[in-house]
Design a protein around this ligand. Structure first.
Ligand code: HEM
Length: 219
């Protein structure tokens, strides 16, 4: 498909600013509902809300490359880092909610819980794996690691997303409620399967942008 005219740096910055504001709306809404006393179960609402948004942003991050390849709109890759960082942001809030409200910052107690409940073990592993991705998201870290190593490291996302789904699935399994895990599991499976297909068929990439930082580069 033909590429649309690439937007200017200023236009891309404007889109990033819009994403930034949109990305903060869920946490602002959770804070407002909690502090205005409108929630019967604020802890449950925040734990679930932050978990949901971690998963949504993970799915959007994974969708960027397939969208780019199918649409030919290459510049959307420049938005991927911001969306990925939002996933980490919500995962961090999700984890802090658990550590704070469930365990009152008692790390030893939290650890017992992580080890004892398999769905939490899996969520915890996914979160720990997200940390190096967030920590190496800056241009300085990309330069330090080198493009190839950075790209290898960031393939951890292909493990993190299925772990997130397994965590969700396991949690819902206790209530025999599989509808949402099936929907998100299918989304993640399709997004990963497309990559496998392109890799196997060696489908040509739409474009390469050698001058761009690796985080914004087409892959
Ligand atoms: C990438 C990492 C993670 C993802 C994608 C994720 C995602 C989710 C999702 C989607 C839910 C269900 C929300 C709903 O009911 O709508 C959830 C619930 C939950 N998660 Fe996570 N999570 C992650 C990491 C963690 C970590 C690190 C912990 C704690 C160590 C954790 C603990 C929990 C707990 C306690 C619940 C709520 C269970 C309940 O209400 O019964 N998660 N998570």
């Amino acid at each position: 498909m033909a590429s649309l005219k690439a937007p200017s740096t200023r236009q891309v910055s404007a889109v990033k600013a819009v994403i930034f504001v949109l990305g903060l709306i869920p946490v602002a809404k959770m804070a407002y509902l909690t502090f205005s006393g409108q929630l019967v179960e604020p802890l449950e609402h925040i734990t679930r809300g932050t978990g949901d948004w971690t998963l949504y942003f993970l799915c959007i991050t994974l969708a960027v490359t397939p969208l780019r390849r199918l649409s030919g709109i290459n510049w959307i890759v420049k938005l991927r880092r911001e969306v990925g960082l939002f996933s980490f942001f919500y995962a961090f809030l999700h984890f802090m909610t658990f550590l704070w409200f469930d365990h009152f910052f008692d790390v030893a107690e939290m650890w017992k819980d992580v080890v004892k409940r398999p769905f939490i073990t899996v969520g915890f592993i996914a979160f720990v794996l997200l940390i190096p991705l967030a920590a190496t998201s800056t241009n300085a870290m990309i330069r330090k690691l080198g493009g190839k190593r950075w790209q290898w490291l960031h393939r951890l996302i292909y493990i993190i997303a299925p772990l997130g789904i397994l965590h969700f699935w396991w949690m819902k399994a206790a209530k025999h409620n599989f509808q949402q895990p099936i929907i998100f599991g299918t989304i993640v499976a399709v997004l990963l399967a497309m990559r496998v297909y392109w890799k196997m068929t060696k489908a040509p990439k739409a474009v390469t942008v050698p001058a761009a930082p690796v985080a914004d580069r087409v892959n």
